[in-house]
Write a protein that binds this ligand. Structure first.
Ligand SMILES: [Zn+2]
Ligand SMILES: [Zn+2]
Length: 913
C-alpha cells in the first residue's frame, strides 16, 4: 500500500526536519533517567522533559519544539512487560516522536501539519485516515468543535471520518489536578484483512474497536485547562500543544510490515539471534516469542546502560538486571546456553548509534555489563529453576493456583531470580505469583538488611505564593522577564533592593533577630546546589549597616525565583531596604578547587581504569569531594596511586579552564561528557581542560578555578564500594589537603621524637626496634627455661616413693605447657621405670597440668589420661592425651595444691602395695 521505502532512521529524520522547517527547535531526547524527578522511575513519554514548562516552573528560550524521546514502560502505572514478545506492537523501550507548542500555535496548525506530514510527505492514503475528537459524555466540558472543524478543512479529508469520543479516549490529564485538555487522535484503516477479531462475537470493526485494522498513529493533545479539583476547570492563559507518535508503529506502517519486529529497527536483531541459534526460517517463526523478547530486551538493556543504569538490586538498576536475566532465560529456551545477549545488543549500537551517540560512546561498558550480568545468572539459573519447579509442583498438587510472594522473594534473595522470571515460569504452568506478597517480603528483607526505601516523593506545596510574587514583581518592573538574575560565575558580591521576604513560605514585610527567613533580591551571585556542587553560604547586610542575615541555603521554589534562606543575626530587615549579598569567599574557593579536581579525577579514572568508569554520582563540598563511578571490582592500590599521581600532574600542568556556552547537541556530538541523572536545557555550559590537547570535556554548570594550578594539591583519602558495580573515591584539595599533610608530618615528627630518630630514619628505626624486641623476647624465654630447669632440679628432691614407685607432683612457676612436657621428659630420663610425674603451672590465671607415666607401669594398668583427668577434677577441668603423656587445663587455679595432692592417692589406689 505504501510505495516509498524509507529506512527507520530516515523516517525519524523526516519527522524532525519537517517540524524544524516549521519553526521548531530540535530538542535532543532526555535521558531515560528523569532528571530531578524522584517520583518517576523512567522517562515514559515525551512530556517528561517538558513537564516543568507546562507547570510554569521552567521557561525555555523557544516556544516550538520537536523531539524523538527515548521511553521505557516497564514499571509502575505504565508497564507493558507482560505483552512484550506475545504481540507485535509492545516494547519495554521505544521512541516517541513529538512536536510541541508552549503558548504558541494551537489546534489549527497542529492538525494542518500532522495532515501534511502524513499525506504529502509520507503519502499515506487520505481516504484511509480517520480522526477522533472530544465530546464529554457527562456534558460538563465543552465538546471540541474547534478541532473537528479544523479536520474538515484538510484537503482530501472525508468529513464523515471525524468521530467523537469521550473522556477515556479523548481527554488528557497530567495528574489529578493541573494542566489538561482534549485530544485528537489520528487513526489509519489498514483494511479488513488486518482485523484480528473478525471471529469474535460482538466485535464492531471500527476506530477504537480494539482490533489491528485501525491503528492509532498520532495523538495531538491540546492543553487548555487547569484542573483545580474533580469538578473544577479553569481556562489556561496560555494554551499548549503536546503530540506523540509511536515511532516503531509509524515505521511499521511506512515499511508496510505487520509487526514492529519486522521493521529495519528490530529485524537485524532478529536475524542476529537466528544466526546464533542456527535456526531455519521456519524454526525462527515457530519460536517468534523468544525472538521478540530477546530483541526487545537487548535494545532496552543497551539504552539503559548507555544512560548509566547498570544492573543492580534496586529500582532502575533492578529493572536493567531483570531485563538482561529475562532475555537470558528466553535464550535458554531456544538453545542459547552461554551468555549471548551482548552479540545482539551490538547490533543495537550499530543500528541506533548514529542518532543516539551515547550508545557508541559507551559501547564497551554496555557489552561488558550485559555479559557480566548473564554470567552471574548462568551460575544460579538451573538451581533456581529446579527449586521453583518443586515449589510449583507442591502448589499444584495441593490444588492451589498462586505461589506465595515470600517464596518468590526467597528465590530472588537466594538465587537472584527476578520476580518477573518466576512469574513467567509459573504462568507457563498455568499458575501465578502473589506480587503484593512479593513486594511486602522484599521490603521486609530490605529493611532487615539495612537498605532503606528506594524512592521518595517530592512535595509541591507553597509554589503558588512564590509564583504570584514573581508575577507582581515583573509587572512592577522590579524583576526582568527571566526572573531573578543568576550569575555565580563572575562576582562574589551583589547589591540591590530587598524585593521580598518569606517566613515559612508566607510573605512578610519585616523580620527580627532569630527569624528563619527567605530573602529575594533582583540578582544573586550565590551558587544554587546542582550537579553535586553544594550551595554557597554567606551574608546579606543592609547598606546602612543596621541589619544582617546569615545565609545557609539557596532555593528555587518557582520558575524565575531564587531565594536566599538564612537567619537574621542583627537588626530588622524590611522589604525595600537596600542590601549587599556576599558569598563566603574562602568556602567558595575551597568548593571551586574540589569541583575542578572532580573533573580531573573523572578524566584520570577513565584513563587508568577504562571508559566504563563513568560518573554515577558526586558531591562537591568545601571540605572534600566524593565521586561515585561504575567499575566492576575494587581499584588496586597501584591503580589508585596512578590516578592520584595523574590528577596532581594535571594540577602542576597549570592548565587554564576553557568555559563556553553552546547547544547541548553540539557539545554531545563533540564528545562532551554529560552526567548521569542531570537535567540539561538546550544551551549548556561546557568546561574543557588541557590546552591544545584537552583531556577533560564536561557539561557542567558548576564554579571552577581559573587554572588547574589553583587547586594546589589533591590527596585521595579513601576508596570503597557503595553498591554492586559502583565504587566511591573521596579526596581533599587545597587547604584541606595541606591540613592533612601537615597533620601527618606532625604525627611522624612526634613518633620519631618518641623513638629518638628522624622521620627519614623512622622505618629503619622501627625495624631495628622490632628486631631488638624479638631477640629480647627470645632471651627472656631462654632465661625462663633455665630458671624453670633449675627449679625443677630442686623439686626433684620432693620425689616420694609410693609403693615402690617414684612419684613427683609439683608446681613450676610460670612454665608453659611445652616446658611442662620437656620437664616431664627429663623426669622419665632420670626414672625410666617405676615413675609417675605430675607437673603443674599457672599462666595468666589459668592452671595447666601435664602427667606422665613410665612404660612399665602402663602394663600394670596405670594410664596418664586417667590420672590427669582425676587430678583436674578440683580445678573444674578435663584433659586428654596418650597413656604415657597427657595434659589438662582448668578454671580454678586456687585449687591447684589440692589437685596435686590427689596424685599420691591415685597411685596408692591403683598399685596396692
Ligand atoms: Zn476489526
Ligand atoms: Zn562539574
Amino acid at each position: 500500500m505504501i510505495s516509498t521505502k524509507l529506512s527507520g532512521a530516515q523516517i525519524r529524520q523526516t519527522f524532525i526536519d519537517f517540524f524544524i522547517e516549521h519553526g521548531h527547535t530540535f530538542v535532543p531526547s532526555a535521558s531515560l533517567v528523569p532528571g530531578g524527578d524522584q517520583t518517576l522511575l523512567f522517562t515514559n513519554a515525551g512530556m517528561v522533559q517538558f513537564k516543568d514548562v507546562f507547570l510554569g516552573i521552567d521557561k525555555r528560550s523557544y516556544n516550538r519544539a520537536t523531539d524523538s524521546q527515548k521511553c521505557m514502560r516497564v514499571a509502575g502505572k505504565h508497564n507493558d512487560l507482560d505483552d512484550v514478545g506475545r504481540d507485535n506492537i509492545h516494547h519495554t523501550f521505544f521512541e516517541m516522536l513529538g512536536n510541541w507548542s508552549f503558548g504558541d500555535y494551537y489546534k489549527k496548525e497542529a492538525i494542518t501539519w500532522a495532515w501534511q506530514l502524513l499525506t504529502d510527505v509520507w503519502k499515506l492514503p487520505k481516504e484511509n485516515l480517520w480522526s477522533t475528537v472530544f465530546r464529554d459524555e457527562l456534558g460538563d466540558i465543552p465538546q471540541d468543535d474547534e478541532a473537528a472543524e479544523a479536520w474538515k478543512l484538510m484537503p482530501g479529508f472525508k468529513s464523515e471520518h471525524v468521530l467523537y469520543f469521550g473522556r477515556k479516549d479523548n481527554f488528557w490529564e497530567m495528574a489529578e489536578t493541573g494542566p489538561c485538555g482534549p485530544c485528537s487522535e489520528i487513526h489509519l484503516d489498514r483494511g479488513i484483512k488486518y482485523c484480528d477479531k473478525q471471529n469474535i462475537p460482538g466485535h464492531i470493526c471500527q476506530v477504537n474497536g480494539d482490533c489491528l485494522r485501525f491503528l492509532e498513529l498520532w495523538n495531538l493533545v491540546f492543553i487548555q485547562y487547569n484542573r483545580l479539583s474533580l469538578t473544577q476547570l479553569e481556562p489556561l492563559p496560555a494554551k499548549h500543544v503536546d503530540t506523540g507518535m509511536g515511532f516503531e508503529r509509524i515505521v511499521s506502517v511506512l515499511q508496510n510490515v505487520d509487526s514492529n519486529y519486522r521493521t529495519d529497527l528490530l529485524w537485524p536483531l532478529i536475524l542476529r539471534i537466528q544466526s546464533l541459534t542456527n535456526h531455519s526460517d521456519e524454526q525462527r517463526e515457530a519460536f517468534f516469542t523468544p525472538y521478540r523478547v530477546i530483541a526487545d530486551h537487548a535494545r532496552a538493556a543497551a539504552f539503559l546502560i548507555a544512560d548509566g543504569v547498570v544492573p543492580g538490586n534496586l529500582g532502575r538498576n533492578y529493572i536493567t538486571r531483570m531485563i538482561i536475566r529475562r532475555a537470558y532465560r528466553f535464550g535458554s529456551k531456544i538453545g542459547l546456553n552461554e551468555p549471548f545477549l551482548a552479540k545482539v545488543s551490538e547490533i543495537v549500537i550499530q543500528n541506533y548509534g548514529d542518532f543516539y551517540q551515547e550508545l557508541k560512546n559507551n559501547r564497551r561498558s554496555i557489552l561488558n555489563s550485559i555479559t557480566h550480568e548473564e554470567e552471574q545468572f548462568q551460575r544460579t539459573l538451573d538451581r533456581a529453576t529446579t527449586h521453583l519447579e518443586a515449589m510449583l509442583e507442591e502448589i499444584s498438587t495441593s490444588g492451589q493456583k498462586i505461589l506465595p510472594g515470600i517464596q518468590a522473594a526467597d528465590l530472588y534473595t537466594t538465587y537472584g531470580m527476578p520476580f518477573e522470571i518466576t512469574r513467567d515460569i509459573a504462568r507457563e504452568r498455568g499458575l501465578d505469583v502473589d506480587e503484593v506478597g512479593f513486594n511486602l517480603a522484599m521490603n521486609e528483607h530490605r529493611i532487615a538488611s539495612g537498605a532503606g526505601k528506594a524512592w521518595g516523593e517530592q512535595g509541591s506545596e507553597g509554589i503558588e505564593v512564590y509564583r504570584q510574587l514573581v508575577e507582581v514583581l515583573q509587572k512592577q518592573g522590579k524583576l526582568s522577564g527571566n526572573g531573578v538574575a543568576y550569575d555565580p560565575y563572575s562576582r562574589l558580591e551583589v547589591s540591590g533592593q530587598v524585593l521580598g521576604l518569606f517566613h515559612k513560605s508566607v510573605p512578610i514585610q519585616t523580620a527580627v533577630p532569630g527569624d528563619d527567613i527567605e530573602v529575594i533580591l533582583p540578582e544573586t551571585c550565590f551558587y544554587i546546589e546542582s550537579g553535586g556542587q553544594v550551595s554557597d553560604t554567606g551574608v546579606i547586610r543592609s547598606v546602612d549597616g543596621s541589619w544582617s542575615i546569615e545565609i545557609q541555603e539557596m532555593r528555587k521554589p518557582a520558575a524565575g525565583l531564587i531565594v536566599h534562606a538564612g537567619k537574621v543575626v542583627k537588626g530588622e530587615p524590611k522589604v525595600g531596604d537596600r542590601a549587599t549579598a556576599s558569598v563566603d569567599a574562602q568556602r567558595r574557593r575551597d568548593i571551586m578547587r574540589n569541583h575542578t579536581a572532580t573533573h580531573l579525577l573523572h578524566a584520570e579514572l577513565r584513563r587508568v581504569l577504562g571508559e566504563h568508569a563513568r560518573q554515577a554520582g558526586s558531591l562537591v563540598a568545601p571540605d572534600r569531594l566524593r565521586f561515585d563511578f561504575n567499575h566492576p571490582g575494587a581499584v588496586s592500590p597501584e591503580e589508585l596511586n596512578q590516578i592520584e599521581a595523574g590528577v596532581n600532574r594535571d594540577i602542576l600542568g597549570d592548565f587554564p579552564l576553557k568555559i563556553t556556552n553552546k547547544s547541548y547537541q553540539q557539545a554531545i556530538s563533540e564528545g562532551a561528557t554529560a552526567l548521569f541523572g542531570e537535567k540539561y536545557g538546550e544551551m549548556v555550559r561546557t568546561i574543557t581542560i588541557g590546552g591544545d590537547k584537552p583531556f577533560s570535556y564536561e557539561l557542567c554548570g558548576g564554579t571552577h578555578v581559573n587554572e588547574t594550578g589553583d587547586i594546589g594539591i589533591c590527596i585521595i583519602t579513601s576508596e570503597g564500594s557503595v553498591a554492586a558495580g559502583v565504587r566511591r573515591i573521596e579526596a581533599v584539595t587545597g587547604r584541606k589537603a595541606y591540613e592533612l599533610i601537615k597533620n601527618r608530618f606532625d604525627l611522624l615528627a612526634h613518633a620519631s621524637n618518641l623513638l629518638g630518630s628522624t622521620p627519614e630514619l623512622l622505618p629503619e628505626k622501627v625495624t631495628s626496634l622490632l628486631d631488638e624486641l624479638s631477640s629480647s623476647q627470645k632471651q627472656i624465654a631462654t632465661l625462663q627455661e633455665s630458671q624453670i630447669s633449675i627449679e625443677f632440679s630442686q623439686k626433684l628432691q620432693q620425689i616420694k616413693l609410693v609403693n615402690d614407685v617414684n612419684v613427683l607432683s609439683v608446681k613450676l612457676n610460670e612454665a608453659d605447657a611445652e616446658t611442662l612436657r620437656q620437664m616431664a621428659d627429663r623426669f622419665r630420663q632420670q626414672y625410666p621405670s617405676k615413675g609417675v610425674v605430675v607437673l603443674a603451672s599457672v599462666r595468666d590465671g589459668r592452671p595447666a597440668i601435664v602427667a606422665s607415666i613410665t612404660e612399665d607401669l602402663i602394663s600394670q594398668g596405670l594410664n596418664a589420661i586417667e590420672l590427669v583427668k582425676f587430678v583436674a577434677v578440683p580445678l573444674g577441668g578435663s584433659g586428654g592425651g596418650k597413656p604415657t603423656l597427657a595434659q589438662a587445663g582448668g578454671k580454678d587455679a586456687s585449687k591447684l595444691d589440692i589437685a596435686l595432692d590427689r596424685v599420691e592417692t591415685w597411685v596408692r589406689e591403683r598399685l596396692p602395695g
